[in-house]
Design a protein around this ligand. Sequence first.
Ligand code: IMP
Ligand code: MG
Length: 187
Amino acid sequence: MNESKLTMLITQESISTRVDELAATISSNYEDAGDIVIIGVLKGAFIFLADLSRRLSVPHRVEFIAVTSYGRQGASGGAVRLLMDVREDVKGKHVLIVEDIVDTGRTLDYLVDLLNTRQPASLKTCALVRKASRMEVDVQLDYLGFDIPDAWVVGYGLDYAEKHRTLPYIGVLEGDASGDASGDASG
Ligand code: IMP
Ligand code: MG
């Protein structure tokens, strides 16, 4: 894939404003919930989670979970497999899953099913971006930052073959992102 063309999609300022809004909404919705468990989905959500969690005004603990979807790198939507589980037993807890991006929806759907089997007091989901036109699974999404077009995006945690995660903004990587590299996409 030709990685030379990277175009701005969501500026650092827009992300920051939206994360502020999401944090305010989430904080007010969990005002009386007590300790909540925020589960970041590795790797892509680590930057979003870091910013979101620091803006929450309600008490919470942070956990991580890692999954991988089989398929070509730069593609998603294959079978999902658990790579690393949370440490905390979430039974009876208020749980919020924090994802970087919802593409086909399979990853989030898998996580919702998995965590629901553990009988949390409540289970909600939050994603920074969603490619609405790509969704194949009607997954529960309670908090969303932005709807974006069907394009491969990088930055603010999102990668292509482990590159560009630390860009402060979200950009579109031009080219056929599902066409070349093989391997599996680990978040
Ligand atoms: P889904 O299971 O198809 O919804 O895909 C979810 C996962 O695919 C995300 O958590 C990302 O790791 C990866 N992914 C999907 N689209 C993109 C993208 O445009 N940029 C970077 N990663 C992506
Ligand atoms: Mg991810």
